[in-house]
Design a protein around this ligand. Structure first.
Ligand code: BLA
Length: 512
């Protein structure tokens, strides 16, 4: 189409996905001039659903289609309509096609939007309130972020019946990770997989901040164009940011095909005005979910969003407490043991246990004590030489040693991340903590698929390939050191220095 002609994989951020000029054809759209209440645009699939060509509806008022009681309700709602959608049940009058619809109404871009979704009967089932009550109760009771997420995906799956429901959380670099999942047993797990930021382009993220739910019931649909495509008086299609039927970017449709997904529903999780993550639902066959159920899922998404910060705070406090406790016990060993090096590694908790890392080393007076998974002794000596040459601060940390020292490439599997504190007296005395390269800890579950080789900067439209692309973006990188970990390391260093100083003074006094 003329709007997407110039869009390819390298400039997805520029695709104007808010004005596709077409809808997904499971429903139809009427746009009304808000003053005259006459239809100015209609999707061409009124022909298929109502046996009325869209052209024939242009210029009409709603009494062409709707019974008086429904018209009266719309008139009553009209002045209060905003970008927030409202719902009405309707039985169409005077149409040969399908008679029962739900009408989803909102006001935006100087138009009144009426989106018609067909329903089997006039009356929809009321939401299962006891179930919802219980579901929200469980979400509230979860204290940790991961338990909270697990409850949320299980409940959304129970409500909607999707094959797979996952929570995808964004990192600071806008890449994402699947941190919770509820799925049909036949599907391979996605838990722990990461995807690059490009899988959800910027303008799509911006839209998901405004519109909390994206629903694609059948990814192999043929779009129904608006008639006319441009809103009269403007030179462009109407802004479908708040529309439920908005047609999907062809690029994303291809992505869904490649991932074997025929239907998706995505709910935004928003923290302090920023997209924290998304609940993404997938189904292997087309799947219609009623507006009421989608609304319920949005309700769960909003409740989730309101609670995230509290759960994160709980996790953080719990970790802080664990660090504090271990630190206190470790420093007690150090104080009560004549040989402080031995105190740091020979009893639990060791320096390695104070916070999350994979290995640690104590380098003192030329000898090296290693714990957990570390580079070899010779390799550690090279790190020490580099530190002495390059680092002037007492506390040093990096999550990508290889990007600072090319030699670090050889030890990236165990030491992409290094946190180092210098110990006083002779230089070359350090405590080191190590973290492995992140990609070493994350593997694609489908091991039978052979590794894919990507040319530099190449982007493909499937999760499998974009996982490979994500790996490239984080090569030589470990999980970052948290401020509270760096602080704990600093405190351990200070404490040991104090203690050493005291011992040194005592020795001096004894000598005189
Ligand atoms: C949208 N991409 C999306 C959405 C998700 C993802 C969740 C929201 C729409 C939906 O519900 O399907 C990506 N889905 C994922 C990921 C997982 C998942 C990562 O389940 C992992 C578990 N996509 C690309 C590339 C481009 C791209 C390279 O991979 C562009 C060059 C585009 N993705 C793209 C666009 C949209 C999108 C344009 C918006 C679709 C729309 O709302 O119209």
């Amino acid at each position: 189409s003329l709007l997407t002609a110039d869009i390819d994989l390298t400039n997805c951020d520029r695709e104007p996905i808010h004005i596709p000029g077409s809808v997904q054809p499971y429903g139809f759209l009427l746009c009304l001039n808000e003053e005259t209440m006459r239809i100015v645009q209609a999707s061409e699939n009124t022909l298929a659903l109502l046996s009325i060509p869209a052209e024939e509806l242009l210029g009409s008022r709603l009494d062409r289609l709707l019974a008086p009681d429904c018209l009266a309700e719309i008139e009553r709602l009209r002045s209060t309509l905003t970008t927030t959608t409202r719902l009405l049940g309707a039985q169409l009058a005077n149409v040969p096609g399908q008679p029962y619809y739900k009408i989803i109404l909102h006001r935006h871009d100087q138009l009144l939007w009426l989106e018609f979704e067909p329903v089997e009967e006039k009356l929809a089932l009321p939401p299962d309130l006891p179930f919802l009550n219980d579901a929200l109760g469980q979400m509230l009771a979860a204290t940790r972020v991961l338990d909270f997420c697990q409850h949320a995906v299980e409940q959304v799956r129970a409500i909607t019946g999707f094959d797979r429901v996952a929570i995808y959380r964004f990192a600071a670099d806008e890449s994402g990770e699947v941190i919770a999942e509820a799925k049909h047993e036949d599907l391979e797990p996605w838990l722990g997989l990461h995807y690059p930021a490009t899988d959800i382009p910027k303008q799509a993220r911006a839209m998901y901040l405004k519109n909390w739910l994206r629903f694609i019931p059948d990814a192999s649909y043929t779009p129904a164009r608006l008639v006319p495509v441009n809103t009269p008086g403007t030179n462009r299609p109407p802004d479908m940011t708040y529309s439920v039927l908005r047609s999907v970017s062809p690029i994303h449709i291809e992505y869904l095909h490649n991932m074997g997904s025929a239907a998706t529903m995505t709910i935004s999780l928003i923290q302090e005005g920023k997209l924290w993550g998304m609940i993404t639902c997938h189904h292997r066959t087309p799947r219609l979910v009623s507006f009421e159920l989608r609304d319920l899922c949005q309700f769960i998404g909003k409740t989730f969003s309101a609670l995230i910060s509290a759960k994160e705070q709980y996790d953080e406090q719990e970790y802080q407490l664990r660090i504090r406790e271990n630190q206190v016990r470790l420093l007690e060993h150090v104080s009560s043991n004549e040989n402080f090096v031995q105190a740091l590694y020979s009893r639990q908790p060791t320096v390695m246990d104070v916070f999350d890392c994979n290995g640690a080393a104590i380098c003192f007076d030329g000898s090296i004590m290693r714990m957990g998974t570390t580079p070899s002794e010779d390799q550690i000596r090279e790190v020490l030489a580099w530190l002495q040459q390059q680092v002037k601060t007492e506390v040093f940390y990096t999550d990508s040693y290889a990007s600072l020292n090319p030699d670090g490439f050889h030890i990236r599997a165990t030491a992409s991340g290094i946190l180092a504190v210098s110990l006083a007296e002779a230089s070359g005395n350090y405590i080191l903590w190590f973290r492995p390269e992140m990609v070493q800890t994350v593997t694609w579950a489908g091991q039978h698929q052979k590794n894919q080789v990507l040319a530099d900067g190449q982007i493909f439209l499937s999760p499998r390939q974009s996982f490979e692309a994500w790996k490239q973006t984080v090569e030589n990188t470990a999980a970052p050191w948290k401020p509270l970990e760096i602080e704990a390391a600093r405190e351990i260093r200070l404490h040991i220095s104090d203690l050493r100083l005291r011992v040194f003074n005592e020795l001096q006094q004894r000598a005189t």
